[in-house]
Design a protein around this ligand. Structure first.
Ligand code: FAD
Length: 470
């Protein structure tokens, strides 16, 4: 950035300071480096200003300011998107990290979460009442990015995606208006934000339907021998296709890291982890999951009754913020045939980093019962989502690790229609082509919605849908 541009932007930010209650952090401020850091250690961006909004009026002021001054704008929820779109170089970051309040209406069984809330905030607010919102599986993730992109979690097959459980949002549009969107009011917008990401405005409140699940669930967490991964994935596939809605299963292939949590003789050995929580009677959970725990003698079996809050934080320490480099991608698999499994396992076993895994999410039950055209989210038509997670430390190994994930998905392309989960979309290098594949025949409707609500593409730093030329 040139000196004159910095001076100009500093002047503009001083004007903004008069309009917001939140703090504005700029280069040189002691808090700057912390405020610009996001979860993925690969991302190192230098915004001109970070505005830590504290209420919806602050959000509207920042949106108006960015639009009127033609400034690059990014929106930060939990900062956990792999591509790091929450931050930018030289523009304004609208940071919602100070807006994390969650209010629970126990009578209506609804949680109202501010736009910067993390999954942990919702879980902690709802669990004292035995209630839960449908969230993702790692508690430090932001509810905003998660929900706007869809939202897969341990409760998905019983209750649907996070976005399926959204009742209403309050949001700030590109023109600065503060609106409500629900099934009756601005229903087109409500359709678009359930899967269409941050393209249509900044959500300042998410209201979710809650479910009575109690505070403990039977949780399956069983490690099988990774040398027999092909067999394990075939058994997992067949099991999932006939599984009750109460269980949502995730399979992960990886390598035991050298940590005390695992016996020394397993360090460096390949594993297949099968993980799932049973929403219902815990004894029943043990029986229902038995086929996946006992089809062979497991290497380790941590299954049992677990507090829901422990389940929701089970993965937290595996994904430290800022310390590692991350590249997560995905592909919907329309045909998880034996051939597809052979190719998948072969690629998975070539992971260059011991920290990586290859995950297969089962999608079924309530997710698939929602009509495909009811939300912008596209991906209910498949039963399996493959998600290579490349996680590594050394910057010199960036290319090798990213290539591993890309090569796996290229090899699986014949078993897919090209759609994928946009919350696991790497750096979205494929651009518009990826977006069209991801939304298929919903893309045009989304592009028209974008033209209506954000014709100048003010919200461009996201899984971006270009406004249709109307
Ligand atoms: P941010 O990086 O803050 O934001 C990402 C984008 O969302 C922004 O660029 C912006 O476009 C938009 N955005 C953010 N806040 C708002 C807002 N208030 N209004 C409008 N737009 C906004 N996904 C699952 O489905 N299930 C999982 O179990 C799961 N686990 C994960 C675990 C980890 C460790 C990580 C890193 C990711 C996981 N994900 C999961 C993917 C996750 O859903 C996405 O990374 C998501 O984008 C994170 O949301 P965020 O608010 O933290 O992201």
């Amino acid at each position: 950035m040139s000196i004159s541009l910095i001076q100009e932007q500093t002047k503009e930010l001083a004007q903004l300071a008069a309009k917001v209650n939140g703090r504005i952090i700029q280069p040189g401020d002691a808090a700057y480096d912390d405020a610009r850091a996001v979860w993925n250690g690969m991302i190192d961006r230098q915004p001109a200003g970070i505005v830590q909004a504290v209420n919806v009026n602050d959000v509207a002021a920042v949106v108006n300011f960015a639009r009127e001054n033609d400034l690059l704008l990014s929106v930060r929820g939990g900062g956990h998107q792999v591509a790091g779109h929450a931050v930018n170089d030289g523009g304004i970051v609208l940071d919602l990290s100070q807006m994390r309040q969650v209010v629970v209406d126990t009578d209506a069984k609804i949680a109202h979460a501010a736009g910067g809330a993390l999954i942990a905030d919702i879980d902690q607010a709802t669990q004292p009442y035995g209630l839960a919102a449908v969230m993702g599986v790692m508690s430090e993730t932001g509810v905003a990015g998660l929900t706007l992109g869809g939202g897969f979690g341990h409760l998905r097959n019983k209750f649907g995606l996070s976005c399926d459980n959204l009742i209403e949002v309050e949001m700030v549009l590109a023109d600065g208006r503060i609106v409500i969107a629900n099934a009756q009011e601005n229903s087109d917008l409500f359709w678009g934000i359930r899967g269409g990401g941050g393209n249509f405005g900044v959500v300042t409140r998410f209201s979710y339907q809650l479910h009575e699940i109690g505070t403990e669930l039977y949780t399956m967490a069983v490690f099988h021998d990774g040398r027999r991964a092909e067999e394990a994935v075939r058994i997992f596939r067949d099991y999932c296709l006939n599984a009750p809605d109460e269980i949502s299963v995730l399979l992960a292939m990886g390598i035991f890291p050298p940590i005390d949590h695992f016996p020394a003789e397993l360090h460096g050995e390949p594993f297949v982890l099968i993980l799932g929580a049973y929403v219902g009677d815990v004894a029943e959970g043990g029986q229902v999951t038995a086929p996946l725990r006992t089809f062979q003698e497991p290497l380790l079996d941590f299954s049992g009754v677990m507090p829901y809050l422990d389940l929701q934080t089970f993965f937290d320490e595996d994904y430290p913020a800022g310390e590692l480099r991350y590249y997560w991608k995905s592909l919907n698999i329309t045909d998880l045939s034996d051939d597809a499994i052979r190719i998948l396992v072969q690629h998975a076993s070539q992971q260059p980093s011991i920290l990586s895994t290859t995950d297969i999410w089962h999608i079924g039950g309530a997710v698939q019962r929602v009509a495909d055209d009811a939300t912008a989210f596209h991906g209910r038509h498949v039963s399996f989502l493959v998600n290579p997670e490349a996680n590594w430390k050394n910057p010199e190994e960036d290319a090798m690790n990213m290539r591993w994930a890309q090569t796996m998905l290229e090899a699986l392309r014949p078993f897919s229609d090209g759609s994928r989960y946009l919350n696991f979309a790497g750096f979205q290098e494929e651009g518009d082509a990826m977006m069209q594949d991801a939304f298929a025949d919903k893309y045009q409707r989304l592009a028209e919605l974008k033209a209506k609500y954000d014709p100048t593409n003010l919200f461009s730093l996201n899984q971006n849908i270009k406004p249709a030329q109307l």
